[in-house]
Design a protein around this ligand. Structure first.
Ligand code: PNS
Length: 166
């Protein structure tokens, strides 16, 4: 049962969402009153995304349909600006390994510089997901690997057909 009042934001590219992301969102929803999963609309990196922002949003919506206090939105502005728009007091992200730390440290400091009023909270990944990444899953699916245990069912199916088109 959620015990902390207010809204938190779980941002990311989610290209595509993995069971590791869903684990972080589910755990957040058990702690916080309202969780907004925020899908980056503009590509953060140079690479084109495999799925459109709307497709990525729909996958997460399907996978979190049972969580009443979770909503999924896309955003195209600065993360801290969007967090303000939806009245979120904190950013919640997962941390898998030391290798994540450097990037996340930079993002947390950047976001704090932009808006010191929004806290960054990191949740340690569950061990069964500590190796899991969207990039890894895409690579596995590209070469025909079985990703059905790693991503929600509709994502696995969509990846197979999207990557098959290439
Ligand atoms: O883990 P991701 O997918 O790389 O995270 C994306 C995001 C938006 C959480 C991260 O890039 C971030 O914290 N960026 C802060 C700077 C910002 O607001 N950029 C504009 C949106 S990309």
């Amino acid at each position: 049962m959620a015990s902390q009042e207010g809204t938190v934001i779980c941002p990311g590219s989610y290209d595509p969402v993995t069971n590791g992301h869903i684990d972080i969102v589910t755990r957040s929803s058990a702690i916080f009153e309202r969780v907004v999963v925020a899908v980056v609309n503009n590509p953060v990196r140079k690479d084109k995304t495999l799925f459109t922002a709307e497709e990525r949003r729909e996958f997460i919506e399907g996978a979190t349909a049972g969580l009443e206090n979770v909503e999924v939105r896309t955003f195209s502005n600065l993360l801290v600006q969007f967090a303000r728009e939806i009245d979120a007091g904190a950013i919640v992200k997962g941390l898998r390994a030391i290798s994540d730390f450097e990037y996340e440290f930079e993002m947390a400091q950047l976001n704090r510089k932009l808006d010191p009023g929004i806290e960054s909270i990191y949740m340690i990944a569950s061990p069964q997901y500590s190796f899991l990444s969207s990039t890894g899953v895409k690579e596995m699916a590209t070469f025909g690997g079985d990703v059905s245990d790693l991503v929600p069912g509709p994502v696995a199916a969509a990846m197979a057909s999207r990557l098959g088109e290439r």
